[in-house]
Design a protein around this ligand. Sequence first.
Ligand code: M6R
Length: 613
Amino acid sequence: MCGIIGYAGKNEAAPIMLDSLRRLEYRGYDSAGLVVSRDKKLYLTKSAGYVQILADLTEEGAQMPGHVGLGHTRWATHGQPNDANAHPHISDGGTIAVVHNGIIENYRKLREFLTGKGFTFSSETDTEVAVNLIQYYYDRSHDILRAVADAARRMEGSYALGILCEDLPDTLIATKRESPLSIGAGDGENYITSDVAAIITRTRNIITLRDYEIAVLRADGVELYSGELDRLTRKAEVVDWDVAAAEKGGYPHFMLKEIMEQPESVRRSLSPRIRDGEIILDELEIPDDYLKSISKIYIAACGTADFAGVVMKYNLERIARVPTEVVFASEFRYNLPPIDETTLVICISQSGTTADTIAAMREAKKNGARVLSIVNVVGSVIAEESDWSLLTLAGPEISVASTKAYSTQLAVGYLVTLYFAKVRGTVTPDAYKTAVDALVRLPDAIEETLKLQETTQYLASRYFSSNDIYFIGRGLDYALSLEGDQKLKEISYIHSEAYAAGELKHGPIALIDAAVKTPVVAVATNKRLIDKMVSNAVEVKSRGASVLALVTDVTAETMRGVAEDLITVSDYEEAFLPSLAIIPLQLFAYYIALQRGCDIDKPRNLAKSVTVE
Ligand code: M6R
């Protein structure tokens, strides 16, 4: 998705912004641009293609002197990914420059209005409407803050805007609605960004801009205003992400590095919340009476976060005995199930800025449900607006394919499940103690599982040229199959699907093609269900499939002889086994994508955080 960087300071803006744009590349984009303000003039360079093209055009920024500027990576929504549609956009009058994330939904109406006022347009973007609308109001008031506030009031949809006005060469302005935008408060230099990872090497002091607020940045400080232009004060929060976590640190890809970081990320997410054998969720402050009154839980999330929700659902129902449904946030928001004050909606999101999950959260609240969020980014919209929020402590996740965020979502899901179960009295003291002990040992068990790296690499070399791969599983193994399938398809572009194994006979088994020995990954870690899974593996094998079974050292024996290949993790507490079994599935996808020569950290057409609908 699009990325914004803005700089106001004492140093040269362009080289700093290029560095940040490179850090935003992982989000996915198709064009990039820079504008700097100097001597009451705006200087613009933009181009379709990679940030490197921009760096070459500007000689790493040396050709664009100036101490205040804006940079952008664009992921096309309105119009082709070409030079004209790339950001920044300059207003028809030439006074204002804008970079924009989001979608201005009423842009056609506004474009007509501005055309009627004599404005001309040189791109197909909704952003050019925003910049001209600000120019329109600026021409009337000659007050840039008022112009931004007036324009913001007329725009519908979502936007995060960085704005320069050539009459104020030392000033950078920002405002937002629904799209994320943060301010980095540095020493003699200040930043705006849509993604804190872009500036974390320069400052950790972050102010999250709220909807309709307007920020004014200069080298010596940041001023904050409400949409009505009343002065506001808010202290910066310190983001304690490790700077090295946003760098590759010797690994060929962020994805592999983040897979390897999982023991540590899970440890960070679990250990401060387990004290003397008790799960302590200080941050939650959910009254016990409310917890006991919950009649239904909905989990609303997107993509991998949704699949972490499926694991959570199985555990919540079995251990905490609460009926739970997982609904894609994009469905939930427009097809609201019956909810009331006894409904808890759990929103899971790495970024905390996914447009559909934000909308689902708001709809749930509006209709009387309480919302608990599980989020990785402190201060993000979802973390701030939910009734209760638990942070996953994965650190910055750069690879588009989520791995360590998923693992920490599972971990926090386990804590919530056991905590709820204890309060609701659905778990015996012995079972609770056994489960908490297992949680304490979990990071080490994940570390041990990472030793499967070589075996998985070998298996990937056997399957990488397949056109189709299917995943099957039951219960928690089905939940894992969904994520194994997601990882594989998004980075290797192999067509893959995940099915509940019991559903095979009702349709999907027709896809097995003996001529190509269609590979089927049978996820079969669950002792209770192993016989059923063996039957399903036999069914596909007898129709010509080649079966790769993911088993435990306990279930392996039953599956041996059926599967061509076995990959074995250690047996563990049933509820937490997904945390081990996901490791070989992530590595399998990674090594297959590597063998196919794919752009692993930046898969085609995908974006790290989906801030538009
Ligand atoms: O930031 P979020 O967790 O809300 O993002 C949700 C999905 O967009 C995300 O998990 C996506 O599916 C990843 N590419 C998965 O690897």
